[in-house]
Design a protein around this ligand. Structure first.
Ligand SMILES: [Zn+2]
Length: 321
């Protein structure tokens, strides 16, 4: 283990070599905070019942993030603020595909968001090419020597994405991390991992993209959403990607309503444009429901139903992110 292996990480002191622990730049914090009836885990931010978390030697452990390795009250969490030491080899983007006009528009927005350190939500139908839309933004960040993370709640998505990113950024060092992988952690410019793995990062990424934010277990999971925010540097960018409709948000009435309102506004906008041009005006006024479905189907068929919020503020209202 060397200094770079702990850069941007949040690890138990027991996982670090003695030599690393002597680094004066290291930051330490108690792994477990003990309260009256509960304990608080500083890795996953969960509260556990004291009675259930107590060990025979009178220490306490967090049973919420036990699958990442036992963390108990005798330990400290160690962190070294993220630094970037990457060799940039050109060309950074080795993907040779082409974007449609609308995809390009979204892609430009993503680049701008990363350049301006903004957080954004990319909401586009399945098959709309969200991954490819993000390529230009990632390429920009990598070319600046910045550190990039791509996370998904699902292991199978990470495994499927990895070779695509390997092909698209063939000259960039990268690593795939998930609970079933046997490859040991290595400091790489591009990290592809499950959202659970983000619990082991802090102030690591200049750009973090989370795919399928609607999927289990990320959706409505406070620990994983906290970990995502914590793993991004102070002036970094977070891009969330999702596809409508959002099945696992089915119980989130507010989001469903918002989704519906968004579609209605979008269709009204289309109606206004159509009215101006004189096309399909009669169809829209005669049968609003039919035209709505037709418009929505058309949008889906053309894979153009996509949007970017300028801020995460609106999104936060619905997900308490
Ligand atoms: Zn925990």
């Amino acid at each position: 283990m060397n200094q770079l292996d702990i850069t941007g990480r949040l690890l138990p002191d027991t996982a670090c070599d003695e030599m690393i622990l002597n680094n004066h730049a290291l930051q330490f914090q108690p792994a477990i905070q003990i309260n009256n009836t509960t304990i608080h885990c500083t890795r996953c931010a969960s509260d556990c019942e004291k009675a259930e978390a107590q060990l025979p030697d009178e220490t306490y452990f967090c049973y919420q993030c036990f699958n990442l390795g036992r963390l108990d009250s005798s330990m400290k969490l160690v962190h070294l603020p993220g630094i970037n030491q990457f060799e940039v080899v050109h060309p950074v983007l080795t993907w040779k595909g082409r974007l449609t006009e609308l995809q390009q528009k979204c892609s430009d927005e993503v680049v701008k968001a990363f350049q301006e350190h903004q957080n954004k939500l990319l909401w586009a139908v399945t098959g709309a090419g969200k991954t490819e839309i993000s390529f230009a933004g990632i390429a920009w960040a990598l070319a600046q020597g910045l550190r990039v993370g791509i996370a998904s709640p699902r292991v199978d998505v990470c495994v499927e994405l990895y070779p695509r990113y390997q092909a698209a950024f063939a000259n960039t060092s990268m690593i795939l991390l998930h609970g079933k992988s046997e490859e040991p952690y290595q400091y790489r410019q591009l990290t592809i991992c499950t959202t659970h793995q983000l619990l082991r990062f802090q102030d690591a990424f200049d750009v973090l993209i989370i795919d399928e934010v609607d999927a289990f277990p990320y959706a409505n999971n406070d620990s994983l959403q906290m970990a995502a925010k914590r793993s991004v540097k102070k002036h970094g960018s977070l891009l969330l990607m999702t596809a409508p409709p959002v099945p696992s948000y089915a119980n989130n009435t507010k989001l469903v309503i918002y989704h519906f309102v968004f579609i209605v506004i979008y269709c009204l906008k289309l109606k206004f444009i159509f009215a101006l041009t004189g096309s399909v005006k009669s169809t829209l006024t005669k049968s609003p429901k039919k035209s709505f479905l037709k418009s929505y189907k058309k949008l889906n068929d053309n894979n153009v139903f996509s949007c970017l919020f300028h801020e995460l503020k609106i999104y936060k209202l619905w997900t308490k992110f």
